[in-house]
Design a protein around this ligand. Structure first.
Ligand code: ATP
Ligand code: MG
Length: 454
């Protein structure tokens, strides 16, 4: 492992001291603070990096808090018991906390070398495996200038190697380095540039925008799994609709969800029924509701059937479940939606179709609780409904979800009380075994006594 060298590059950062920025320690996750303090106490650098710094500067709640340090993964592991080293090509540390919280701590990375499409796994290992870098190289290999800022807890200052603070101030999305080169290295960065522009309502710097216009085809060569993950994140986000619109303008959407561009992109137009529904999805994301991609893609598939102007049009469109399945298999042709996810979407849409064609009184008598996809169905109904408070089917589905939750709570309570009862019995048994053992020992002691004294 190569230890980080500090003067590997000449770049001097601009330092923004505490009075020059609005980022406050009190908004940083306490576990992330603990990690940074411990690293600093042991003589290492420890910076909050990436989306954590960006979102705090934007006065938004960060999704996660990533840390970068000059400590090697092995040294990080020595400092934290709750740490696991992950990654094959480049190792980094995951530090685990209560409630399934994981904080990622990565050692400063070296400048990315251009990715050779013919490189074997072995070549890549040789090139990248654990070649650590400096704070400067780590910053310059990141994607956008606003994602390349470091918050230094030891001085409360922001360290800026890439001009991110100025771009933040001027509300500009700029790729670090030459956009053509950086997009060729990793075309997914084009999606990320569009995402952050739409999310922060920043404008994309001209050279970066032109480069996306020229290089959008490259996205076809990127990993399908990664693209699906990025698109999934976007569609479930607080700015799903504006990101999708900007992806359309940037020519990227034709490689991701081209179906949305059909019929003169009517679905994405201002004021369309689809736009209204998508806004409801964004509101759910803003309220941190815990939904998955299933109902989002389910809704999108419904709209791609007949481009409806109202929910009633949808209700009468599909004749039977076969029509739904056939239609679904023609949707998202460019997106690597996993098979299991497609099955889940199909289950939800088929159940939606069945229940919609049933009188509500009859729905009440069906044993809905057994259906696995109820939460997804309730989101789908809620987002589709212009008046969810009055939607009878939605209320029946929500009650079934509540019944199922209280049923499984009772089950859990019963099984835990059974467990404690049987522990109690075992405890009593243990006590009596213990007692019997004591009795035996004292009997044998008293038997031995005469010979001992002799
Ligand atoms: P989010 O709020 O979606 O998590 P994020 O910026 O934190 O946004 P992550 O995927 O968690 O996104 O990435 C963390 C950081 O890693 C980014 O802020 C950026 O600095 C860097 N990064 C992520 N993807 C790339 C990439 N493709 N190329 C270069 N740097 C990247
Ligand atoms: Mg992040």
């Amino acid at each position: 492992m190569n230890a980080p060298e500090d003067n590997k590059t000449e770049i001097e950062p601009v330092i923004y001291s505490r009075n020059d920025h609005c980022l406050s320690r009190s908004n940083i996750d306490p576990d992330a603070l603990k990690i940074m303090y411990r690293l600093i106490r042991h003589g290492y650098k420890a910076y909050l990096v990436g989306g954590g710094v960006r979102d705090l500067l934007l006065k938004k709640k960060p999704k996660d808090f990533d840390i970068a340090t000059d400590a090697t993964p092995r040294r990080i592991k020595n400092l934290f018991r709750n740490c696991r080293i992950i990654g094959r090509r480049f190792k980094l540390a995951h530090i685990y906390f209560r409630g399934n919280k994981i904080i990622e701590v990565s050692t400063f990375r070296d400048i990315d070398e251009p990715i050779d499409p013919n490189a074997t796994e072995e070549d890549l290992k040789k090139k990248h495996n654990n070649t650590f870098g400096t704070a400067a190289t780590d910053a310059t290999r990141r994607d956008l200038t606003i994602n390349g800022l470091f918050y230094d807890l030891s001085t409360f200052s922001i360290i800026d190697y890439v001009g991110g603070m100025e771009d933040h101030e001027n509300q500009i999305i700029r790729i670090i380095g030459d956009p053509d080169v950086r997009f060729q290295e990793d075309p997914v960065r084009m999606i990320r540039a569009v995402r952050h522009a739409a999310r922060a309502e920043f404008s994309i710097e001209a050279a970066c925008w032109d480069s996306i216009q020229n290089n959008h085809d490259l996205i076809e060569s990127a990993s399908q799994v990664r693209i699906y993950e990025e698109v999934r994140k976007d569609l479930c986000s607080q700015a799903g609709l504006s990101i999708t619109r900007l992806l359309a303008q940037s020519n990227l959407l034709q490689h991701l969800i081209p179906e949305l561009l059909l019929n003169d992109s009517v679905l994405l137009k201002e004021g369309s029924y689809f736009a209204q529904v998508f806004t409801r999805i964004e509101e759910s994301a803003t309220a941190h509701e815990d939904f998955t991609i299933t109902p989002v893609l389910g809704i999108m598939a419904l709209f791609l059937s007949c481009y409806p102007e109202s929910v009633e049009e949808l209700h009468v469109y599909f004749e039977d479940r076969e029509e739904i399945s056939d239609h679904l298999s023609s949707c998202f042709i460019k997106l690597a939606v996993p098979r299991k996810e497609r099955e889940r979407i199909e289950d939800v849409l088929i159940l939606w179709h069945r229940l919609k064609n049933m009188p509500v009184e009859k729905v009440k008598k069906t044993n809905l609780e057994r259906r696995r996809c109820l939460p997804e169905l309730s989101y789908l109904l809620r987002w589709l409904s212009d008046n969810p408070e009055e939607d009878e089917l939605l209320s029946v589905v929500e009650k079934a979800i509540q019944r199922r939750a209280s049923g499984s709570q009772q089950k859990r309570r019963r099984s835990s009380s059974n467990r404690s009862e049987s522990n109690g019995r075992r405890g009593r048994k243990n006590t009596s075994n213990h007692q019997r053992g004591e009795d035996r020992r004292s009997r044998s002691r008293s038997k031995r006594k005469p010979s001992d004294s002799s």
